[in-house]
Design a binder for this molecule. Structure first.
Ligand code: F6P
Length: 307
């Protein structure tokens, strides 16, 4: 998100626009916590994880009074355009401001879950995937040395996107994701079959929102049925921090520039996204959380490739 903030500020400067950064998300709008941002203020942040402006799940903004206060800040500051960076909830918040303030809003999709309709990918997804993948490669070393089955839980309460990406890239034998029923009987057939017996280790990736209730619950279900020692590793929030990958930085930069261009061109209430490499606009009202049908097929593919 820092790469996006940097790109917004610098692209705006090329149009001689003034930029204010809103701290702590919508809480900053409710409480008029805004800071001027010039091109030099956003130097040396492109390589940093998180956001220098802070973020929040702002309960106050969900109330009528909170939204009125946020709109009052926008009017008092004479703000013409607002760039919001986040997911479904962030965009719904921006739409709620619509009737209360005459300016234009542009959304930028940022979610490690890559589950936003209107874009092929989201800020942070590639970084989260590579962070989880590095951890899995490390876990594989000990799994291999000790002859173990490892269940690795990755983030994704409603989305198996991270789990499937790392399962494919990390050579896992299975991925259990919210988009598909857990096929534990096929998994057990594999784990008890000749292919698994000839393997030294097996990695099973579990999204936190899988049908079984996470990696520990799945491990409890599998443990009595398999001979090999079983271990669980929950990667958790380490996937949401750290230096962003080149792909995440470039994507965030393209989105930040596109958001400013959209505002300059007078496009309001849209989300910028990327489809097939091209920047596209989706009406903000349609930029909802999506469920990818093909993810269930990918989960089946992971198990099919296990040999
Ligand atoms: O950003 C999305 C996400 O990372 C989900 O994958 C995860 O379930 C959730 O956020 C965790 O949220 P929290 O940090 O509030 O527990």
């Amino acid at each position: 998100m820092n790469a996006c903030i940097r790109a917004v500020v610098r692209a705006a400067a090329t149009h001689e626009l003034e930029v204010l950064g809103v701290r702590r998300g919508y809480c900053g709008l409710v409480h008029d916590d805004l800071i001027p941002l010039g091109p030099r203020d956003v130097g040396n942040i492109i390589q940093r994880g998180g956001t220098v402006l802070g973020s929040s799940r702002c309960a106050e903004f969900k109330t009528d009074e909170g939204q009125a206060a946020a709109a009052a800040t926008l009017r008092a500051r004479a703000i013409d355009g607002l760039v919001v960076c986040g997911g479904d909830g962030t965009f719904r918040g921006a739409l709620a401001l619509g009737g209360r303030w005459p300016g234009a809003v542009v959304g930028v999709p940022a979610s490690i879950d890559n589950d936003i309709h209107g874009t092929d990918t989201t800020i942070g997804f590639d970084t989260a995937v590579n962070t989880a993948l590095e951890a899995i490669d490390r876990i594989r070393d000990t799994a291999e040395a000790q002859g173990r089955i490892f269940l690795v839980e990755v983030m994704g309460r409603g989305s198996g996107a991270i789990a499937l990406e790392v399962a494919l890239a990390g050579g896992a034998v299975a991925a259990l994701v919210p988009e598909a029923r857990n096929d534990l009987s096929s998994l057990l057939d594999f784990l008890r079959g000749p292919a698994a017996q000839s393997r030294q280790s097996s990695i099973i990736v579990v999204a936190e929102g899988d049908e079984g209730g996470g990696a520990f619950a799945v491990a409890r279900a599998l443990e009595p049925e398999v001979d090999a020692p079983l271990r669980v590793a929950v990667l958790g929030h380490i996937q949401r921090g750290g230096a962003p990958t080149a792909a995440s930085r470039v994507l965030a930069t393209r989105f930040g520039v596109a958001a400013v261009e959209a505002l300059v061109e007078g496009a309001g209430n849209v989300m910028v996204g990327v489809q097939g490499g091209t920047i596209v606009h989706t009406p903000l009202a349609e930029a909802r959380t999506r469920t990818d049908e093909h993810l269930a097929e990918t989960a089946a593919l992971v198990l099919r490739l296990a040999r």
